[in-house]
Design a protein around this ligand. Structure first.
Ligand code: ADP
Ligand code: MG
Length: 390
């Protein structure tokens, strides 16, 4: 069974063909990182436009690489959410059009399910039950799977995601975007014990995560000038060690609580060399199997979406062609750069109205940690600083 997978949830456009759920015939990824680097984070409107430009080119190239013709496609799967609304719409609209044109089923896939299912691409014999540590730019969760596509969430982040913490700390030190790979590389040359950053374990049996305190601690150390005499390598290693300590401890607790014998990693932070090494050691100590997808399958890619889509189809799923995208409305204080997104939403109200959604994060002096945002202050400051115009 040939599945076409489409992934456009954030800043990677990806097209894949996967046969029988786990054989990758093609998996092309076009990253927009260089464009968004200019802004220090993903700009949603630019991301959507680039997906539109890239999609058809990648489709043709992937068909060639997979040595397939349109007629051989039997199902079409696309990321439905979570992600940027405009970006998701490009991929989902393309997938539905192709499904309609070829008269084959369209399957909407949850991006995080895709990340977990990346493991089936390289380990088709993966056995249930297993624990999945999902650590991406937008999510951090520990989930238990006892059977295909049934997810039991054991713990999740209460604030920043692990990848988000890497990206934000890299931003504090102007290291570049995305921060995870840069900090990972620097950390390999640094002393992880140089600085004792806080580890939020949230009680002795909690499986939840919290990384915003760590990020604030780094910020405060920088503000107070305490970090001036530490090389950036030591700082990176110490920060990474604090994140890894928490992730490893939560996995350890989950192994004890569930008795599972297999753990899988999922999401971009699963590329982190420090995290992989420490979890490998933990797996040895606790006699569990640890699987992590190769780096290309950890970050956003369409092969994982095609894989998950095929398993959904085998379980009887099929989405209607009027199925909508499912982006969560991100809380104001958690987004990575200042953007404005303007869109009309006529289906929500009887008469079309124009909405302006302003995404704000850490505008100096406006939003403090754990304090509610004073929206009118934010708005008036954005007007006066020229970010938005009346
Ligand atoms: P999302 O699905 O939320 O877009 P991805 O799964 O694509 O996220 O992963 C991107 C995130 O992974 C970014 O936050 C990036 O900094 C992080 N990341 C990538 N490689 C590494 C690494 N080697 N170490 C730590 N974080 C990493
Ligand atoms: Mg992702």
């Amino acid at each position: 069974m040939i599945c076409l997978g489409i992934e456009t949830s954030c800043d990677e456009t990806s097209i894949a063909f996967v046969e029988d759920g786990n054989q990758i015939r093609a998996n092309l990824i076009s990253s927009q990182v260089e464009i968004h680097q200019l802004y220090g984070g993903v700009v949603p409107e630019i991301a959507s436009r680039k997906h539109l430009e890239n999609l058809n080119v990648l489709l043709d190239e992937a068909l060639r690489e997979a040595k397939l013709s349109w007629k051989q496609i039997e199902i079409v799967a696309a990321t439905r959410g979570p992600g940027l609304v405009g970006a998701l719409l490009v991929g989902v609209a393309a997938a539905k059009s192709i499904a309609l044109g070829l008269n084959v089923p369209f399957i909407g896939v949850n991006h995080l399910v895709g990340h977990v299912y990346a493991n089936f691409l390289e380990h088709p014999d993966l056995k249930f039950p297993f624990l999945a540590l999902i650590v991406s730019g937008g999510h951090t969760s520990l989930v238990l799977l006892k059977e295909h596509l049934v997810f039991e969430t054991l713990g999740t982040t209460r604030d920043d995601a692990a990848g988000e913490a890497f990206d934000k700390v890299a931003r504090i030190f102007d290291l570049g975007y995305p921060g995870g790979p840069i900090i990972d590389k620097l950390a390999q040359k640094g002393n992880p014990r140089a600085i004792e950053f806080p580890r939020a374990l949230l009680g002795s049996d909690s499986l939840d995560f919290s990384f915003s305190g760590l990020k604030t601690a780094v910020m405060n150390w920088k503000k107070n000038g305490d970090l001036n005499h530490y090389p950036i390598e030591d700082l990176s290693a110490s920060f990474q060690e604090a994140v890894v300590d928490v992730l490893v401890e939560k996995v350890r607790r989950a192994i004890l609580a569930t008795g599972v014998k297999t753990v899988v990693l999922a999401g971009g932070v699963a590329c982190n060399t420090g995290l992989r090494a420490r979890l490998n050691a933990l797996a040895d100590d606790y006699h569990v199997k640890l699987h992590h997808p190769s780096p290309r399958l950890c970050t956003d890619n369409a092969a994982m979406i095609a894989c998950a889509g095929t398993f959904q189809y085998w379980k009887g799923a099929k989405d209607e062609l009027d199925a909508d995208v499912t982006p969560p409305m991100a809380p104001l204080e958690r987004l990575t750069c200042i953007n404005s997104q303007i869109f009309a939403s006529p289906h929500l109200f009887s008469s079309p109205k124009l909405f302006i959604i302003i995404e704000v994060q850490e505008v100096e002096g406006l939003c403090k940690e754990k304090e509610p945002i004073n929206l009118s202050l934010v708005l008036s400051s954005l007007f006066s600083s020229g970010f938005i115009k009346a």
